[in-house]
Design a protein. Structure first.
Length: 262
């Protein structure tokens, strides 16, 4: 039984990472088709950096993702802090309202957002794109931060207050250091969700604000080009870089252990 479980785990591992490995290998393929490997080349990376439309879409996705993730994290932090630290009437209602965008299909949210923007006379563009992405990322950031705040010991804040610390000092010296990993996790999760979103972007993007997923999706009509393999490889490398940077930072903090004072 253990042997079968081990082989199943290996098969799942291969199934998950084989497409990524194929993406990286074929980004160096000199052939213009993906079903055969004709040789090693950096040609597609050169063409990628020469494709202004694709780079502009990448730039738009990065800007929208950063702004939406920042807004979602800040608003989510304030919302989580209020719901966890204070006795809010109708708390269950507010939590349910936050979860609605996670339950409602994104195509319904997209149509609803487009209707609201059209009724309000707001032209589709960067603003509507950011607002649409905040709607889908805010619930994720709020839930992550609510879970983190619920696990904190309330006596830590009370002890800091008893020792004469102001609310701002208590937050800066006690709460924020403890919540920093969760805040970073909420930001990264929100950014990833925004960066890869295509449904909401379809309804809220305007002229000149085409995101990377929309740009890639539009190329499906003529077939995927090898330069998209190069772009995917660079995104994988960037993702691994972020994971390693965050992982190393967390590992150093764990190995350092809690600071002690004589």
């Amino acid at each position: 039984m253990d042997r079968l479980t081990s082989w199943i785990a290996r098969a799942v591992f291969v199934f998950l990472y084989l497409p990524i490995a194929a993406l990286i290998v074929y980004s160096f393929n000199s052939s213009e088709v993906s079903y055969r490997f004709d040789g090693f080349t950096f040609r597609w990376y050169a063409e990628l950096f020469a494709d202004r439309m694709l780079l502009e879409a990448l730039r738009t996705s990065a800007i929208v993702g950063l702004i939406a993730a920042l807004l979602a994290t800040v608003i989510g932090f304030l919302t989580a802090f209020a719901l966890v630290r204070f006795r809010v009437k109708g708390r269950a209602f507010f939590v349910g309202a936050i979860l609605i965008p996670l339950i409602v299909p994104e195509i319904v949210l997209g149509v609803s957002l487009l209707t609201v923007f059209s009724t309000a006379g707001i032209p589709t563009g960067l603003l509507t794109l950011v607002l649409g992405h905040v709607v889908i990322t805010l619930p994720l950031a709020t839930l992550v931060l609510m879970g983190a705040m619920s696990s904190l010991d309330p006596s830590l804040s009370e002890a800091a207050t008893d020792l004469g610390a102001s609310p701002w000092v208590t937050f800066r010296r006690v709460l924020f250091p403890l919540l920093r990993p969760s805040i970073l996790a909420a930001f990264l999760l929100s950014f990833t969700t925004s960066f890869s979103n295509i449904v909401i972007s379809t309804f809220t993007a305007g002229v000149g604000t085409t995101t990377l997923p929309l740009r890639i999706y539009s190329t499906l009509r003529t077939g995927l080009t090898p330069e998209l393999n190069a772009l995917g490889t660079l995104l994988v490398v960037a993702t691994l870089g972020v994971i390693l940077a965050v992982g190393v930072s967390q590992m150093r903090r764990i190995l350092a252990g809690p600071s002690t004072t004589p």
